[in-house]
Design a protein around this ligand. Sequence first.
Ligand SMILES: NC(=O)C1=CN([C@@H]2O[C@H](COP(=O)(O)OP(=O)(O)OC[C@H]3O[C@@H](n4cnc5c(N)ncnc54)[C@H](O)[C@@H]3O)[C@@H](O)[C@H]2O)C=CC1
Ligand SMILES: O=C(O)[C@@H]1CCC=N1
Length: 272
Amino acid sequence: MTHPRIAFIGAGNMAASLIGGLLARGVPTARIVASEPHAEQRQRIAAEHGIAVLEDNAAAAAGADIVVLAVKPQVMKDVCLALAPALPQGALVVSIAAGIPCASLERWLGEQAIVRCMPNTPSLLREGASGLYANARTSAAQREQAGELLGAVGLALWLDEEAQIDAVTAVSGSGPAYFFLLMEAMSAAGQRLGLDAATASLLARQTALGAARMALESDVDPAELRRRVTSPKGTTEAAINAFQAGGFEALVDQALHAAAHRSAQLAEQLGQ
Ligand SMILES: NC(=O)C1=CN([C@@H]2O[C@H](COP(=O)(O)OP(=O)(O)OC[C@H]3O[C@@H](n4cnc5c(N)ncnc54)[C@H](O)[C@@H]3O)[C@@H](O)[C@H]2O)C=CC1
Ligand SMILES: O=C(O)[C@@H]1CCC=N1
């Protein structure tokens, strides 16, 4: 099988997660190249993944079938304007930036096939979850290429409307951080209840894994799985009552709306 040549523009946290996941899936190191302005980061990614990491974005993009834009939204416009003349003819551009609409990327890059997607960091373990949206210039073959790229590192779902990317960002793009926060809070509470730090942390993390696997691998929905843990007048009920008294669901709703709102706001501020 011939693997497409993939160039990552920006080799930070999310690019590293995708690169690690693609290599774990069997993509040869020679088919992946990245560019990164910071020498230390260049060396770190090259040493960790065994891929070439260049200083120059245009040099990395040369000859690529897929160019993944993996820089922060705040520098995306300058990066695109500088990269536009160097984009290989017919290359597919995949942007993973939060908030930057396809229309802005088209304005900065010219007439280009663009897939905007929102992945997440568990892609490193090929347990990612991403939402994808393709602009009108993207061919069916390129959609397939983008689907395979993100599908190689986890779940990849196509969206009907670009605006849904804000919701995907709120649920799964930022989502790993919410679960990490819950693990941190459970671990800290476990310590206050008398466990040593290592034991509390390990119990919290393994419980998150077990719960996630049950929720994904059984036919039973999370609400029913929760009920099965919750004995009448038992310990779980006491905890859930405390969560609900504290407005847990409303707080989650508020947090996800804040993330989606920020995604839309980034488009307004940085998409011009
Ligand atoms: N970290 C995450 O969980 C997720 C991040 N994203 C998106 O991925 C993008 C990257 O985010 P992170 O990896 O978290 O940030 P990061 O800061 O770790 O990575 C960005 C990299 O781009 C490099 N860079 C800066 N200027 C550059 C330039 N002119 N040319 C080439 N590279 C340049 C930086 O040195 C840095 O290494 C963002 O747009 C973000 O919205 C999307 C989904 C999840
Ligand atoms: O926090 C952020 O803006 C990025 C996008 C989704 C996850 N990290």
